[in-house]
Design a binder for this molecule. Structure first.
Ligand SMILES: [Zn+2]
Length: 417
């Protein structure tokens, strides 16, 4: 006979080593402290219970499995990507290695504008197929939620097609997708000399139209001397606020434009890149609770010399996230696991910071920490089982250790987009 108080669990995993990635009660403790001989229960796509096996309550369990000491982590979250685009810039990569300068390539119509042309010209199915190939790779290595930006259309219809493609990728791949409108990514060639007019068009036409179609979860901009000025970004952010949309910002990547401060003043979810952020910017991010999203793939590809002010960010208590920044120009890196390794190798992040950066803090950067990013009761049952025991292995190796099983909303995934 069934006792009323006894919980019903669809799945119970036992004999697991569980890195919950929840905030440690003692701030001196590692965020990836592992529960030895842990157990995790799932019901209705949500985590029902997690803890030491010895503390397990009595429950009605439909399926019970032992993991023989394998590691369990939250599903990985790639919180900054540009995976939806058409075409390839491999030929430019080759030209540069054969001696051509960025200026030569831009003068020949290359650079971001070649991706804009290819994306504008691609039918929806082609855009989907090319992007799905990249998504498959990210999923294979454990990504269960991804942020995808627009920004290679720079006119309403192509931006719409990009965001629709992002939504469809999420539906067909069965993972979480957060869309970000990045109309203020670059100035299209046909608006040369009229950047203020283009920004007005972004604010008054493109953003409201795409928001109306329910395609925009957040709004981003590229604040840089080669991108948009702080005053122009402020206009985009003001429009986003009117529409009730959260913002994030490409900030201080190539020069100090005060981007981190600008993002913090707008209560941005995240400020991303941050190579040239000053103490003032770091203090502003800390005060606002804005997440610093670090992108070592772009740092590597551009052969940058100045890393973000990691020690200052860490000391100020700014949450640190890591992402692939997968894009065809400055980070042709279709691997969040590579970004984790590069975060350690290039920015000297600890393994615990790298893992928190693609789980807990990545969820926070997307405004989703209440729902995912750690293994805690009530959250989405998005988790990975790894054939290893130590979380540091996942950062230490480049190219080893794919998850042996992936669960999204409590269901074991076999599909690969
Ligand atoms: Zn980016």
């Amino acid at each position: 006979m069934k006792t009323c108080a006894m919980p019903d669990w669809e799945l119970l995993l036992t004999d697991a080593r569980i890195a919950t990635m929840r905030a440690p009660e003692d701030p001196g403790m590692s965020p990836c402290a592992v529960i030895e001989r842990g157990a995790l229960a799932v019901t209705g796509g949500r985590i029902a219970w997690v803890g030491a096996q010895d503390d397990l309550p009595v429950a009605n369990v439909a399926t019970r499995r032992s993991l023989d000491g394998r590691l369990v982590t939250p599903g990985l979250i790639d919180c900054h990507t540009h995976i939806v685009f058409a075409g390839s810039r491999a030929h430019e990569f080759e030209q540069r290695l054969n001696g051509a300068s960025y200026a030569d390539i831009a003068a020949a119509g290359g650079g971001i504008m070649s991706t804009v042309r290819a994306t504008r010209g691609a039918p929806a199915q082609q855009l989907f197929d090319e992007s799905a190939q990249r998504l498959r790779n990210l999923i294979r290595e454990g990504v269960t939620t991804i942020e995808i930006k627009s920004g290679y259309g720079l006119e309403t219809l192509t931006e719409q097609r990009m965001l629709e493609t992002a939504r469809r990728l999420g539906q067909e791949a069965g993972i979480g997708v957060v869309t970000t409108f990045l109309g203020a990514h670059a100035l299209p060639a046909d608006w040369t000399g009229t950047a203020d007019d283009y920004v007005r068009h972004v604010c008054e036409d493109m953003l409201p139209a795409l928001h109306e179609l329910n395609l925009v979860d957040a709004v981003d901009a590229y604040c840089e001397t080669v991108g948009f000025k702080p005053a122009q970004v402020q206009q985009v952010f003001a429009r986003a606020a009117e529409l009730g949309l959260p913002v994030r910002l490409h900030a201080d990547q190539l020069s100090d434009t005060g981007g981190a401060t600008l993002a913090a003043e707008a209560n941005a979810l995240s400020a991303d890149h941050l190579e040239y952020t000053t103490e003032t910017g770091v203090g502003a991010l800390a005060a606002a609770g804005t997440v610093a999203v670090l992108l070592p793939g772009a740092f590597l590809t551009l052969r940058e010399q100045q890393p973000p002010p990691i020690a200052a960010l860490r000391d100020a208590g700014v949450p640190l996230a890591l992402a692939s920044d997968c894009n065809p120009g400055t980070s042709p890196i279709c691997s969040l696991r590579a970004a984790m390794h590069l975060g350690a190798a290039l920015f000297r992040l600890t393994p615990a910071e790298c893992l928190a950066g693609v789980t807990h803090n990545a969820a926070r950067a997307l405004g989703l920490l209440h729902d995912r990013g750690t293994l805690e009761p009530g959250k989405r049952a998005d988790f990975l089982i790894w054939d290893t025991h130590n979380p540091a292995e996942l950062i230490y190796w480049l190219g080893l250790h794919a998850p042996v099983e992936r669960y999204v909303e409590g269901s074991r995934q076999n599909n690969l987009a």
